[in-house]
Design a binder for this molecule. Structure first.
Ligand SMILES: [Zn+2]
Length: 418
């Protein structure tokens, strides 16, 4: 089947279709462009010089643009900066609006150019001198840094984790989605990472997103892991660090007084010191709580890793995030319960991610109503500061004319059907 057919017009005319984009005067299937970009080189070139961008056909009421990027002579499509929310919620290019994202406080640490996205991470990926584990302090600083809303010039690990999750659209759920498993998450995360640089190095070169376990590929995956670790070699007094993104399966004490971190899908463990894991538990109580360990919930971690003097992968800092079984992030187990209920009710929704910033966002936003509906889960009882915040949020939603769906966790879940 020829994926290219002549288009009838230049604007966003005709019926809305998902998975198709207009390149110059042609309509093409997005998945085909992604798989075989070389077949579209001429068309990409024309679209870039004649129109300047591509057009997604998911909506008829407005023109939704896509960026045409070129890397090493190869073209690819990317989201228009801060334009992801203009797509239809079911469109693969749909991203949550920056108005409900901590990303808006990170304009100083995220730069988008024709080449892709450039991120400034507060933790260096190359360190000189003896291991001082500055990262131990960075986790505490991050966890305590929830009050400031100023624009930051660099981001910590949690903000990077939120950025990746949001860029990969994993904070969005639509009933059109098939069951979301790690294999899908990894493919989406890797796609985003390939378009990013962190502290001026290609993110794809320093990031290991744990590959889904496949018995027949177990050996080759292990070889790739060893190759990745080999790149983290220490040259003289310079140590190269890497980032490992995966899901915790278990952690257990080692015979040397440390902690062995086992990741889902991966045979080779990571190692961490007990003080670091204790700090992680304090910094991310909802991730490491007993309820979080319940069947069906997931503990996603982004680990900053370097090699120990004996060659082991040593975690020197980490950010953690609780998610549902479908990898939708949640700030508490009650929120995870709400996300699961919304998914079961067939709703399309977004989980706003705070990037460790101080901005206050609704717990969830239903995007299948017009205007959107905000969802709040009221979980904490009897704490005065929480009650004050709750009342000010309720007043804000009321004053701004927002429809609010509330759940006080002492009560049964409200009716969530549309
Ligand atoms: Zn679209």
């Amino acid at each position: 089947m020829d994926p290219v057919r002549a288009s009838e017009g230049i604007g966003a005319t005709g019926p809305a279709v998902l998975g198709q984009v207009r390149l110059a005067d042609r309509v093409v299937v997005t998945s085909s462009v992604k798989q075989h970009p070389d077949r579209y080189t001429l068309l990409f070139g024309r679209a870039r010089s004649e129109v300047g961008h591509a057009v997604c056909l998911c909506r008829t009421d407005q023109v939704v643009r896509l960026v045409i990027r070129c890397r090493a002579g190869r073209y690819h499509l990317a989201n228009w900066p801060a334009g992801g929310h203009q797509h239809a919620p079911a469109c693969p290019w749909y991203r949550s609006s920056s108005s409900i994202s901590g990303r808006s406080a990170h304009t100083g640490s995220i730069t988008t150019t024709d080449e892709g996205t450039s991120i400034r991470l507060s933790t260096p990926l190359t360190v000189r001198g003896a291991s001082a584990s500055p990262a131990d302090k960075s986790m505490l600083r991050q966890a305590n840094n929830n009050s400031s809303t100023t624009t930051r010039n660099s981001m910590g690990l949690l903000a990077l984790l939120h950025f990746l999750w949001e860029s990969a659209r994993l904070n969005v759920w639509h009933p059109h989605h098939r069951q979301r498993i790690w294999r899908i998450c990894r493919a989406l995360l890797e796609e985003q990472a390939s378009d990013c640089r962190v502290n001026q190095v290609a993110l794809a070169d320093v990031l290991w997103v744990v590959p889904p376990f496949e018995r027949e590929h177990a050996d080759s995956i292990n070889v790739a892991w060893q190759r990745y670790l080999a790149r983290l070699s220490n040259v003289g007094r310079t140590r190269r660090r890497g980032l490992v993104l995966g899901e915790i399966r278990a952690f257990e004490p080692t015979e040397h007084g440390g902690v062995r971190l086992r990741l889902a899908h991966q045979r080779a463990p990571l190692f961490a010191s007990t003080p670091l894991m204790n700090r992680a538990r304090r910094s991310y109580p909802s991730v490491f709580s007993e309820q979080a360990g319940q069947v069906g919930r997931r503990q996603v971690v982004l680990c900053l890793v370097e090699r120990s003097p004996r060659g082991y992968p040593l975690v020197v800092d980490l950010a953690a995030m609780l998610t549902t079984g479908s990898y939708i992030p949640a700030d508490s187990s009650h929120e995870a319960e709400m996300a699961e209920a919304l998914q079961n009710a067939g709703r399309a929704f977004v989980k706003p991610l705070h990037y460790n910033g101080g901005s206050i966002f609704p717990d969830f936003v239903l995007v299948d109503t017009d205007p959107e509906t905000y969802v709040e889960v009221w979980g904490v009882r009897g704490r005065q500061d929480y009650e004050v915040r709750k009342r000010s949020k309720q007043a804000f939603y009321r004053d701004s004319g927002r429809t609010l769906l509330e759940w006080d966790v002492r009560d049964a879940l409200p009716d969530l059907t549309r």
